[in-house]
Design a protein around this ligand. Sequence first.
Ligand code: GDP
Ligand code: MG
Length: 287
Amino acid sequence: MEGLPKSSYGTKAEGSVEDTQLASNSSLRVILVGKSGCGKSATGNSILCKTVFESRLAAQPVTRKCQVETGTWNGRNIQVVDTPSIFETKAQDQEMYKDIGDCYLLSAPGPHVLLLVTQLGHFTAQDTVAVRRVKEVFGAGAMKHVVVLFTHKEDLGDGSLDDYVDKTDNHSLQSLVQECKNRYCGLNNKATGEEQREQLEKLMAVVEKLESDNQSHFYTNDLFLDAKMLQGGGNGTPEEHRCYLTKVQVHIEKQKQDLKATESRWAPKVVQSIIFFFLMKYFILFF
Ligand SMILES: Nc1nc2c(ncn2[C@@H]2O[C@H](COP(=O)(O)OP(=O)(O)O)[C@@H](O)[C@H]2O)c(=O)[nH]1
Ligand SMILES: [Mg+2]
Protein backbone atom coordinates (compact mmCIF):
# COMPACT_ATOMS: atom_id res chain seq x y z
CA MET A 1 0.00 0.00 0.00
CA GLU A 2 1.99 2.91 -1.30
CA GLY A 3 1.63 6.60 -0.47
CA LEU A 4 -0.32 6.17 2.74
CA PRO A 5 1.00 7.31 6.10
CA LYS A 6 3.11 4.72 7.86
CA SER A 7 2.42 3.57 11.39
CA SER A 8 5.15 2.09 13.53
CA TYR A 9 3.70 -1.39 12.99
CA GLY A 10 2.72 -1.45 9.37
CA THR A 11 1.82 0.69 6.42
CA LYS A 12 -1.36 2.29 7.65
CA ALA A 13 -4.48 1.95 5.57
CA GLU A 14 -7.28 4.48 5.65
CA GLY A 15 -9.96 3.32 8.06
CA SER A 16 -7.59 0.71 9.47
CA VAL A 17 -7.96 -1.05 12.80
CA GLU A 18 -6.05 0.56 15.66
CA ASP A 19 -2.26 0.26 15.52
CA THR A 20 -2.25 -1.18 19.05
CA GLN A 21 -4.16 -4.16 17.72
CA LEU A 22 -1.61 -4.55 14.96
CA ALA A 23 1.15 -4.52 17.56
CA SER A 24 -0.27 -7.45 19.51
CA ASN A 25 1.49 -10.01 17.31
CA SER A 26 5.22 -9.41 17.07
CA SER A 27 6.19 -12.65 15.25
CA LEU A 28 8.06 -12.47 11.99
CA ARG A 29 5.39 -13.37 9.43
CA VAL A 30 6.52 -15.07 6.24
CA ILE A 31 4.41 -16.25 3.28
CA LEU A 32 5.79 -18.84 0.84
CA VAL A 33 4.79 -18.04 -2.74
CA GLY A 34 5.67 -19.45 -6.16
CA LYS A 35 4.60 -22.11 -8.66
CA SER A 36 3.80 -25.68 -7.57
CA GLY A 37 6.71 -28.08 -7.18
CA CYS A 38 9.41 -25.41 -6.75
CA GLY A 39 10.00 -26.38 -3.12
CA LYS A 40 7.82 -24.02 -1.04
CA SER A 41 6.80 -26.62 1.55
CA ALA A 42 10.35 -28.00 1.77
CA THR A 43 11.58 -24.42 2.36
CA GLY A 44 9.00 -23.95 5.16
CA ASN A 45 10.26 -27.14 6.82
CA SER A 46 13.89 -25.99 6.52
CA ILE A 47 13.12 -22.60 8.07
CA LEU A 48 11.21 -24.13 10.98
CA CYS A 49 13.70 -27.03 11.28
CA LYS A 50 10.82 -29.52 11.48
CA THR A 51 8.71 -31.48 9.01
CA VAL A 52 5.36 -29.78 9.32
CA PHE A 53 4.43 -29.14 5.68
CA GLU A 54 3.90 -32.06 3.32
CA SER A 55 6.60 -31.91 0.64
CA ARG A 56 7.22 -34.45 -2.11
CA LEU A 57 7.63 -34.78 -5.83
CA ALA A 58 4.27 -35.37 -7.50
CA ALA A 59 2.56 -34.82 -10.85
CA GLN A 60 -0.23 -32.90 -9.13
CA PRO A 61 0.18 -30.20 -6.44
CA VAL A 62 0.70 -31.81 -3.03
CA THR A 63 -0.22 -28.78 -0.90
CA ARG A 64 -4.01 -28.47 -1.14
CA LYS A 65 -4.73 -25.62 1.26
CA CYS A 66 -3.03 -22.82 3.16
CA GLN A 67 -1.32 -23.90 6.35
CA VAL A 68 0.37 -21.86 9.05
CA GLU A 69 3.08 -23.21 11.33
CA THR A 70 5.18 -21.50 13.96
CA GLY A 71 8.63 -21.85 15.43
CA THR A 72 11.58 -19.77 16.55
CA TRP A 73 14.33 -18.41 14.41
CA ASN A 74 17.45 -17.06 16.15
CA GLY A 75 15.36 -16.60 19.27
CA ARG A 76 12.56 -14.80 17.46
CA ASN A 77 9.03 -16.16 16.95
CA ILE A 78 8.35 -16.93 13.33
CA GLN A 79 5.10 -17.75 11.61
CA VAL A 80 5.29 -19.41 8.17
CA VAL A 81 2.29 -19.65 5.83
CA ASP A 82 2.53 -22.30 3.10
CA THR A 83 0.28 -21.86 0.08
CA PRO A 84 -1.41 -24.14 -2.49
CA SER A 85 -1.53 -23.36 -6.23
CA ILE A 86 -2.83 -19.78 -6.13
CA PHE A 87 0.04 -18.39 -8.18
CA GLU A 88 -0.77 -20.20 -11.42
CA THR A 89 -2.84 -19.43 -14.52
CA LYS A 90 -5.65 -21.84 -13.80
CA ALA A 91 -9.28 -20.62 -13.76
CA GLN A 92 -9.95 -18.29 -10.87
CA ASP A 93 -12.91 -20.09 -9.33
CA GLN A 94 -14.50 -19.83 -5.88
CA GLU A 95 -11.99 -22.35 -4.51
CA MET A 96 -9.11 -20.07 -5.54
CA TYR A 97 -10.69 -17.04 -3.82
CA LYS A 98 -11.26 -19.17 -0.71
CA ASP A 99 -7.55 -20.14 -0.70
CA ILE A 100 -6.53 -16.50 -1.12
CA GLY A 101 -8.94 -15.50 1.68
CA ASP A 102 -7.39 -18.17 3.94
CA CYS A 103 -3.88 -16.95 3.11
CA TYR A 104 -4.87 -13.40 4.15
CA LEU A 105 -6.55 -14.71 7.33
CA LEU A 106 -3.51 -16.79 8.33
CA SER A 107 -1.03 -13.95 7.74
CA ALA A 108 -3.12 -10.96 8.96
CA PRO A 109 -2.36 -8.12 9.64
CA GLY A 110 0.20 -8.72 6.89
CA PRO A 111 3.55 -10.36 6.13
CA HIS A 112 7.01 -8.95 6.82
CA VAL A 113 8.42 -11.15 4.07
CA LEU A 114 7.14 -12.89 0.94
CA LEU A 115 9.56 -15.66 -0.01
CA LEU A 116 9.26 -16.12 -3.77
CA VAL A 117 10.47 -19.68 -4.19
CA THR A 118 11.92 -20.92 -7.49
CA GLN A 119 14.08 -23.91 -8.41
CA LEU A 120 17.63 -22.84 -9.25
CA GLY A 121 18.25 -23.11 -13.00
CA HIS A 122 14.55 -23.61 -13.77
CA PHE A 123 13.10 -20.09 -13.89
CA THR A 124 10.42 -20.61 -16.53
CA ALA A 125 7.37 -18.82 -17.94
CA GLN A 126 5.39 -20.35 -15.05
CA ASP A 127 7.63 -18.49 -12.58
CA THR A 128 6.98 -15.25 -14.47
CA VAL A 129 3.24 -15.97 -14.15
CA ALA A 130 3.77 -16.59 -10.42
CA VAL A 131 5.43 -13.15 -10.04
CA ARG A 132 2.48 -11.51 -11.77
CA ARG A 133 0.02 -13.45 -9.61
CA VAL A 134 1.85 -12.28 -6.47
CA LYS A 135 1.16 -8.71 -7.61
CA GLU A 136 -2.48 -9.53 -8.39
CA VAL A 137 -3.06 -11.37 -5.11
CA PHE A 138 -1.25 -8.97 -2.73
CA GLY A 139 -0.87 -5.76 -4.75
CA ALA A 140 2.18 -4.42 -6.60
CA GLY A 141 3.47 -2.77 -3.38
CA ALA A 142 4.10 -6.22 -1.91
CA MET A 143 7.18 -6.53 -4.15
CA LYS A 144 9.05 -4.37 -1.61
CA HIS A 145 8.80 -7.33 0.78
CA VAL A 146 9.83 -10.09 -1.65
CA VAL A 147 13.00 -12.16 -1.28
CA VAL A 148 13.76 -14.53 -4.17
CA LEU A 149 14.60 -17.94 -2.74
CA PHE A 150 16.38 -20.46 -4.97
CA THR A 151 15.93 -24.09 -3.93
CA HIS A 152 18.24 -26.94 -5.04
CA LYS A 153 21.27 -24.77 -4.20
CA GLU A 154 23.38 -27.95 -4.09
CA ASP A 155 23.17 -28.05 -7.92
CA LEU A 156 25.73 -25.21 -7.93
CA GLY A 157 28.41 -27.60 -6.65
CA ASP A 158 31.41 -25.37 -5.91
CA GLY A 159 29.94 -22.47 -7.91
CA SER A 160 28.62 -19.31 -6.28
CA LEU A 161 25.00 -18.18 -6.32
CA ASP A 162 26.07 -14.53 -6.81
CA ASP A 163 27.97 -15.56 -9.91
CA TYR A 164 24.98 -17.48 -11.23
CA VAL A 165 22.63 -14.54 -10.69
CA ASP A 166 25.17 -12.06 -12.15
CA LYS A 167 25.74 -14.07 -15.30
CA THR A 168 22.32 -15.53 -16.03
CA ASP A 169 20.98 -14.74 -19.51
CA ASN A 170 17.42 -15.34 -18.31
CA HIS A 171 16.01 -11.81 -18.72
CA SER A 172 12.87 -12.49 -16.67
CA LEU A 173 15.01 -13.66 -13.76
CA GLN A 174 17.35 -10.68 -14.15
CA SER A 175 14.47 -8.23 -14.03
CA LEU A 176 12.88 -9.98 -11.03
CA VAL A 177 16.15 -9.79 -9.08
CA GLN A 178 16.46 -6.11 -10.03
CA GLU A 179 12.87 -5.44 -8.99
CA CYS A 180 13.64 -7.09 -5.64
CA LYS A 181 16.74 -4.86 -5.21
CA ASN A 182 19.07 -7.89 -5.26
CA ARG A 183 17.34 -9.64 -2.35
CA TYR A 184 17.89 -13.32 -3.00
CA CYS A 185 19.18 -16.38 -1.23
CA GLY A 186 19.76 -20.08 -1.93
CA LEU A 187 18.75 -23.15 0.07
CA ASN A 188 19.53 -26.82 -0.20
CA ASN A 189 16.44 -28.22 1.46
CA LYS A 190 18.14 -31.60 1.85
CA ALA A 191 20.98 -30.10 3.91
CA THR A 192 21.53 -31.04 7.53
CA GLY A 193 23.86 -30.04 10.39
CA GLU A 194 26.34 -27.24 9.85
CA GLU A 195 25.37 -26.68 6.19
CA GLN A 196 21.73 -26.25 7.23
CA ARG A 197 22.64 -23.83 10.05
CA GLU A 198 24.88 -21.72 7.79
CA GLN A 199 22.37 -21.40 4.97
CA LEU A 200 19.60 -20.37 7.38
CA GLU A 201 21.88 -17.70 8.81
CA LYS A 202 22.44 -16.31 5.33
CA LEU A 203 18.68 -16.26 4.71
CA MET A 204 18.15 -14.53 8.06
CA ALA A 205 20.70 -11.86 7.08
CA VAL A 206 18.79 -11.14 3.83
CA VAL A 207 15.49 -10.97 5.76
CA GLU A 208 17.01 -8.61 8.37
CA LYS A 209 18.32 -6.35 5.57
CA LEU A 210 14.84 -6.29 4.01
CA GLU A 211 13.28 -5.39 7.36
CA SER A 212 15.75 -2.59 7.90
CA ASP A 213 15.15 -1.27 4.34
CA ASN A 214 11.41 -1.28 5.12
CA GLN A 215 11.98 0.30 8.57
CA SER A 216 10.52 -2.85 10.14
CA HIS A 217 7.10 -2.20 8.58
CA PHE A 218 5.23 -5.24 7.43
CA TYR A 219 3.14 -5.17 4.29
CA THR A 220 -0.57 -4.59 4.66
CA ASN A 221 -3.60 -3.50 2.66
CA ASP A 222 -7.35 -3.09 3.24
CA LEU A 223 -8.02 -6.80 2.76
CA PHE A 224 -5.48 -7.76 5.44
CA LEU A 225 -7.30 -5.38 7.77
CA ASP A 226 -10.66 -6.99 6.91
CA ALA A 227 -9.06 -10.38 7.59
CA LYS A 228 -7.70 -9.12 10.91
CA MET A 229 -11.14 -7.90 11.96
CA LEU A 230 -12.77 -11.20 10.98
CA GLN A 231 -10.11 -13.04 12.99
CA GLY A 232 -10.80 -10.76 15.96
CA GLY A 233 -14.43 -11.91 15.91
CA GLY A 234 -13.40 -15.60 15.99
CA ASN A 235 -13.62 -15.86 12.18
CA GLY A 236 -17.20 -14.51 12.22
CA THR A 237 -20.60 -15.96 11.42
CA PRO A 238 -21.17 -17.88 8.13
CA GLU A 239 -22.77 -14.70 6.78
CA GLU A 240 -19.73 -12.57 7.75
CA HIS A 241 -17.48 -15.16 6.16
CA ARG A 242 -19.48 -15.05 2.90
CA CYS A 243 -19.24 -11.27 2.95
CA TYR A 244 -15.44 -11.56 3.51
CA LEU A 245 -15.09 -13.88 0.48
CA THR A 246 -16.95 -11.36 -1.68
CA LYS A 247 -14.50 -8.68 -0.46
CA VAL A 248 -11.60 -10.98 -1.40
CA GLN A 249 -12.92 -11.33 -4.95
CA VAL A 250 -13.58 -7.59 -5.36
CA HIS A 251 -10.17 -6.71 -3.91
CA ILE A 252 -8.26 -9.08 -6.24
CA GLU A 253 -10.19 -7.84 -9.28
CA LYS A 254 -9.34 -4.25 -8.34
CA GLN A 255 -5.66 -5.10 -7.91
CA LYS A 256 -5.67 -6.72 -11.37
CA GLN A 257 -7.23 -3.60 -12.88
CA ASP A 258 -4.72 -1.34 -11.09
CA LEU A 259 -1.87 -3.47 -12.45
CA LYS A 260 -3.21 -3.22 -16.00
CA ALA A 261 -3.70 0.54 -15.63
CA THR A 262 -0.09 0.98 -14.45
CA GLU A 263 1.17 -1.12 -17.36
CA SER A 264 -0.82 0.82 -19.93
CA ARG A 265 0.57 4.09 -18.51
CA TRP A 266 4.11 2.72 -18.89
CA ALA A 267 3.74 0.99 -22.26
CA PRO A 268 3.76 4.17 -24.45
CA LYS A 269 6.80 5.49 -22.52
CA VAL A 270 8.69 2.25 -23.13
CA VAL A 271 7.81 2.34 -26.88
CA GLN A 272 8.90 6.02 -27.03
CA SER A 273 12.25 5.17 -25.39
CA ILE A 274 12.87 2.29 -27.84
CA ILE A 275 12.08 4.51 -30.87
CA PHE A 276 14.29 7.26 -29.47
CA PHE A 277 17.13 4.77 -28.91
CA PHE A 278 17.00 3.50 -32.52
CA LEU A 279 16.71 7.02 -33.95
CA MET A 280 19.79 8.09 -32.00
CA LYS A 281 21.70 5.02 -33.19
CA TYR A 282 20.71 5.77 -36.81
CA PHE A 283 21.69 9.43 -36.39
CA ILE A 284 25.13 8.55 -34.93
CA LEU A 285 25.82 5.99 -37.69
CA PHE A 286 24.95 8.20 -40.64
CA PHE A 287 25.81 11.74 -39.54
N1 GDP B 1 17.39 -31.90 -3.95
C1 GDP B 1 16.51 -30.99 -3.54
N2 GDP B 1 15.19 -31.24 -3.62
C2 GDP B 1 14.33 -30.28 -3.20
C3 GDP B 1 14.77 -29.03 -2.69
N3 GDP B 1 13.68 -28.29 -2.38
C4 GDP B 1 12.61 -29.05 -2.67
N4 GDP B 1 12.99 -30.25 -3.16
C5 GDP B 1 12.12 -31.36 -3.60
O1 GDP B 1 11.21 -30.85 -4.58
C6 GDP B 1 9.98 -31.56 -4.50
C7 GDP B 1 8.80 -30.58 -4.43
O2 GDP B 1 8.92 -29.86 -3.24
P1 GDP B 1 7.64 -29.23 -2.49
O3 GDP B 1 8.15 -28.64 -1.21
O4 GDP B 1 6.54 -30.25 -2.33
O5 GDP B 1 7.20 -28.11 -3.53
P2 GDP B 1 5.93 -27.11 -3.46
O6 GDP B 1 4.87 -27.71 -4.34
O7 GDP B 1 6.40 -25.81 -3.99
O8 GDP B 1 5.50 -27.04 -2.03
C8 GDP B 1 10.09 -32.46 -3.28
O9 GDP B 1 10.42 -33.77 -3.71
C9 GDP B 1 11.23 -31.86 -2.48
O10 GDP B 1 11.94 -32.82 -1.70
C10 GDP B 1 16.18 -28.78 -2.64
O11 GDP B 1 16.67 -27.72 -2.22
N5 GDP B 1 17.00 -29.79 -3.07
MG1 MG C 1 3.75 -27.50 -1.17
